[in-house]
Write a protein that binds this ligand. Structure first.
Ligand code: HEC
Length: 232
């Protein structure tokens, strides 16, 4: 009995030391140029697949049949996903081309995955890959339209994709502005208004039409000192 215990402890120690030694040896190539070995790839792929399937069981899927929901999601898809995944007729950008594991074609994924799984992945991302957790910055109500759109992907060709983008624009669904975009818009407005010098006596010197237009947008700006940049 004592011998068995000693063997178990020794073997465990050797394994732990071996793994630690391997990590510290620098032997493993973490470069994104070469994929994982086929064994590691299989392990990660099986782990991902089962993990998503298990967790997606708890997702309550709303009614996605309403066509307007998919239309509401295409702009977010177009701005948030295609850089890595591409879209019908559009290849991935530089960021997507250098990813390892690569970002798959979502038309193929959408044909195989359930809406609950698509939602779970989009919201939670996939650890140690380039796939971000969009739920960190987006509520469920913003993610479901993207999922509704993805369910249309298997039937869309390049033309269909462009037509849908146009239809979405016509419906007033505008492409999501990147977080910095709204800010820089505010900022450019603020810098335009700073060209107007309204003095306390009411006289005003503006420099050009742009400043005038900006003044109309910001009538409350009655003092030069209010022209501050809202740095957040
Ligand atoms: C920065 C790059 C990047 C962006 C942007 C990105 N993804 Fe991904 N995505 C990935 C990578 C990489 C994988 C593959 C992960 C893997 O193989 O485990 C992936 C996988 C997926 C999968 C498939 C998961 C599976 O089990 O096969 C779905 C679905 C997905 N992404 C949806 C989205 C959606 C929707 C968006 C936009 C809201 C998005 N992705 C944006 C990189 C990205």
């Amino acid at each position: 009995m004592k011998n068995v215990l000693l063997t178990v402890v020794t073997v465990t120690l050797i394994i732990v030391l071996g793994i630690t030694g391997f990590a510290y040896s620098g032997i493993y190539d973490v470069s994104a140029n070469n994929g994982h070995s086929s064994v590691v790839s299989w392990f990660l792929s099986a782990t991902r697949h089962e993990s998503i399937a298990r967790r997606a069981k708890d997702v309550e899927v709303p009614d996605l049949t309403d066509e307007s929901l998919a239309l509401a999601g295409i702009n977010d898809f177009n701005s948030m996903c295609i850089g890595c995944h591409g879209a019908p007729g559009i290849g991935p950008e530089a960021i997507g081309q250098g990813l390892n594991p690569p970002a798959p074609d979502l038309a193929d994924e959408a044909a195989e995955m359930s809406a609950a799984e698509l939602f779970w992945v989009t919201k939670n991302g996939i650890m140690m890959t380039g796939m971000p957790a969009w739920g960190a910055t987006h509520g469920d109500d913003a993610i479901w339209p993207v999922v509704a759109f993805m369910t249309k992907l298997p039937d869309l060709d390049a033309d269909g994709y462009q037509q849908m983008l146009t239809a979405a624009a016509g419906q007033g669904h505008h492409a999501e502005e990147a977080p910095g975009a709204a800010h820089s818009h505010e900022e450019s407005e603020a810098s335009a208004t700073s060209d107007i010098h309204v003095h306390d006596d009411g006289t005003e010197h503006d420099h050009g039409a742009a400043a005038k237009a900006a003044e109309e947008e910001a009538p409350a700006a009655d003092d030069h000192s209010t022209h501050q940049h809202n740095e957040d």
